[in-house]
Design a protein around this ligand. Structure first.
Ligand SMILES: Cc1ncc(COP(=O)(O)O)c(C=O)c1O
Length: 406
């Protein structure tokens, strides 16, 4: 075992040659990034803000203007930022169960809900696996609800050849740590609807500019991160307790501001690398799948039909919580930072009760996922040797997993 090597659970390289030139002010950054998004993803009317959750909260505020519907349907297993944004927008959370076979909303459970009170439906696309966005568009349309295409984890993924983020009435991406590309925080909202774009523009216009402190933190953390993702260094930051890497919190009181000019420039410089990062992630996912498919007690959620996922992480379901703990400990000993993902189903988050709509359906799929899921790293820092180590650790044939190489 090498105590001084740990493969990060997720991440995107942030090379110094993208960070350093971004420090220099230049004009027209937002236009350059908007043009890249339009050309690569076909999305329109982009707005650049401080995080994905800020993007979602702004979208929800724009959607609630002129509607008396107050419920937002979110997956009962997802990132805690999603219900945080609903609460921040002053709306009520309605949970919809999630299918452990695909990690997508359970569409049978969705159509059983009373959708007449739903302002909008927000599927998640966890780990880079798109949901059934075509079916969801249809369900939203017939029930008079908006569809928000949350592509926080799906930047570059497609469904039926269409870019994630472009479905429904509006979509958004995250530039947070561990996403497809990162500027150490950031969110991009997009919408094809001019009426929504006008309302969003009104909200964004009134937002604070990022504080000098926030810009300084983005500069410092991006510079540090650009050197720390390597396994030979990541073990070090993993041990700094106050960083709480990978923690997911329900916190409605988050900062909402515009994206700093520095981060907008950084996003513009890093965006052209997205496809090559995603190509590597997909290849790693293919290798992991062929290595561990069929192992007893392991289930691999499958992409929905017509989806081309980007596999920000490779999700796996263990037999149960005890088996998962054993596998994670074995991976950790082998120098692999696998993760248990979000700790509970959304309905089980302590203190969330007052934000939930009354009379929730039971969501057994979400609870099952929370108990069994773990994710394997796929990012560009993962080596061919790491993949072998992961596969052997999960297969567990030899009892002891070999050590990851330096
Ligand atoms: C599915 C999903 N939606 C929304 C968000 C919010 O993004 P951010 O972390 O940038 O606020 C995240 C990110 O963590 C996410 O995973």
């Amino acid at each position: 075992m090498n105590r001084f090597r740990l493969v990060a659970p997720a991440g995107a390289p942030l090379p110094a040659r993208t960070v350093l030139p971004s420090l220099v002010p230049s004009g027209g950054d937002r236009h350059a990034l908007a043009a890249l998004l339009r050309e690569r993803l076909g999305v329109q009317n982009p707005f650049f803000v401080s995080s994905g959750r800020a993007a979602l909260a702004i979208l929800l505020k724009a959607m609630r203007q002129g509607s008396d519907r107050r419920e937002v349907i979110v997956p009962a297993y997802t990132c805690f930022s999603v219900p945080s944004a609903v609460a921040r927008a002053g709306l009520t959370i309605r949970l919809c169960d999630v299918d452990p076979k695909t990690l997508d909303l359970d569409l049978n459970a969705l159509v059983r809900l009373d959708l007449r009170r739903a302002l909008c439906i927000v599927p998640s696309g966890l780990y880079g696996l798109p949901g059934d966005l075509v079916a969801l568009e249809q369900i939203a349309r017939t029930s008079g609800a908006f569809l928000v295409d949350d592509a926080a984890q799906c930047l570059g993924a497609t469904k039926e050849g269409r870019a994630c983020g472009s479905f429904g009435d509006a979509g958004f991406y995250s530039l947070g740590r561990g996403k497809g590309i990162t500027t150490m925080g950031g969110g991009i909202l997009v919408t094809p609807r001019q009426d929504l774009a006008r309302r969003i523009a009104g909200i964004v216009r009134d937002l604070r500019r990022p504080s000098a402190w926030a810009v300084g933190a983005a500069v410092a953390s991006s510079a540090a991160y650009s050197t720390m993702l390597r396994p030979s260094r990541y073990w070090l930051i993993d041990r700094v307790p106050f960083l709480e890497l990978g923690a997911s919190r329900f916190e409605p009181d988050f900062r909402i501001a515009r994206l700093s000019a520095y981060q907008t420039r950084l996003a513009t410089r890093i965006f052209p690398r997205l496809d090559s990062y995603n190509e590597i992630r997909r290849n790693h996912a293919d290798q992991l799948r062929s290595g561990i498919e069929g192992v007893e007690g392991i289930e691999i959620p499958r992409p929905v039909e017509g989806a081309s996922p980007v596999y920000l992480r490779f999700p796996v379901l263990a037999r149960d919580g005890a088996d998962r703990a054993r596998l994670l400990a074995r991976l950790r000993r082998a120098g692999i930072g696998a993760s248990t993902s979000y700790p509970t189903a959304i309905g089980d988050i302590p203190g969330i009760g007052s934000y939930l709509a009354r009379h929730q359906e039971v969501c057994p799929g979400a609870r099952e996922i929370a108990a069994r899921i773990f994710t394997l790293p796929t990012h560009p820092g993962v080596t061919a040797r790491d993949i072998e180590v992961i596969v052997e650790a999960v297969r567990g044939d030899q009892g002891h997993a070999p050590e990851a190489s330096r």
